[in-house]
Design a protein around this ligand. Structure first.
Ligand code: GYE
Length: 305
């Protein structure tokens, strides 16, 4: 849709904009890289970026978006921490006439629609990420594994879709069994804590599927401390493709990781410019992501975040 269609707010062509970026938290390499990408691009363009950090609280993130609406910014870039709680503020921005771009994670797409209530969703295909992780695991293990799944933050798009993509794919492979699944909140610390407990209860596990690299890296440490050899007795696969994960691949601890790019700045702001220029914006703008394993980890190090 283009501006004005379906009641989408109007945005004038200007050389400089004042925009909000309401970050959900800053507790991982991925979040920091995403923030840096937004800040660097705003700086390059000479735009004013109002940055907020909700520290993992959806209530705070809601308050941060409302404060941006009250400040009458030109546009809002929102990476919603969880789908349902952040849905109402999307409508509040629309009513206030402020174009909102949902980036990285999404909101409740039953209740609000891209191209009608907000401009578009920009991000990765999390379902495909889960499928790609499963495909690799099936190939590497010959279709036989007892898997511990470390889930992301409950209610967040990547946790929901990465689980679905993985589980749908392994349905055809009865030798791949998920024997335990628990959230580790997308953090390294919880990845360590949760794995430490689970590996005691499920010592026959032969694989770990973590919804992000941070949790996988924490779990690798926990497995090693529990007397396992990551990469030998337990195969690890995860998502994000951060540099420390590629290093773990090179060292043989992590098997593979599906890239999920945090570099939103250039694409996000270009989309705003296209919208202001009256161009038709697709409802979903999906990032092209790579896949890393031992065959390309070393040569990809310098281009990873
Ligand atoms: O994979 C994870 C972060 O929303 C796509 O959030 C993002 C995810 C990313 O906590 O590491």
């Amino acid at each position: 849709a283009a501006q004005g269609d379906g009641g989408l707010p109007k945005l004038a062509v200007k050389s400089k904009y004042r925009v909000c970026f309401n970050q959900s938290e800053m507790n991982s390499t991925w979040r920091k890289a995403q923030t840096k990408s937004m800040q660097d691009e705003a700086k390059r363009l000479g735009w004013t970026l109002i940055f907020t950090n909700a520290n993992g609280s959806v209530e705070q993130q809601i308050a941060d978006v409302r404060s941006c609406i009250a400040q009458r910014v030109d546009a809002i870039f929102l990476p919603p921490r969880e789908e349902k709680p952040l849905t109402p503020v999307v409508l509040e921005a629309k009513r206030a006439g402020i174009p909102l771009f949902v980036i990285d994670r999404t909101v409740d797409e039953e209740a609000v629609k891209a191209g009608r209530d907000y401009v578009t969703f920009i991000g990765s295909d999390f379902y495909a990420e889960g499928r790609r992780a499963a495909e690799w695991l099936v190939k590497t293990t010959g279709g036989k594994a007892k898997v511990i799944e470390l889930l992301g933050s409950p209610g967040s798009t990547p946790a929901i879709d990465r689980a679905n993509g993985f589980h749908d794919y392994i349905k055809k492979y009865p030798g791949i069994q998920v024997i335990a699944a628990q959230t580790a909140q997308f953090t390294r610390e919880e990845g360590f804590n949760v794995m430490k407990r689970l590996i005691r209860s499920y010592p026959t596990a032969t694989a770990v599927y973590a919804h992000n690299d941070e949790m996988a890296l924490g779990a690798i440490t926990a497995a090693r401390e529990a007397g396992f050899t990551p990469g030998t007795d337990i195969t690890f696969v995860s998502i994000d493709g951060q540099r420390s994960a590629l290093e773990a691949i090179i060292l043989g601890k992590l098997g593979a990781t599906v890239e999920c790019s945090p570099n939103f700045g250039p694409k996000a702001f270009q989309t705003l410019k296209d919208y202001a220029a009256g161009k038709k914006i697709p409802a979903r703008i999906i990032n092209d992501d790579r896949f890393f394993d031992l065959s390309n980890a070393l040569k990809s190090l310098s281009s990873a975040f």
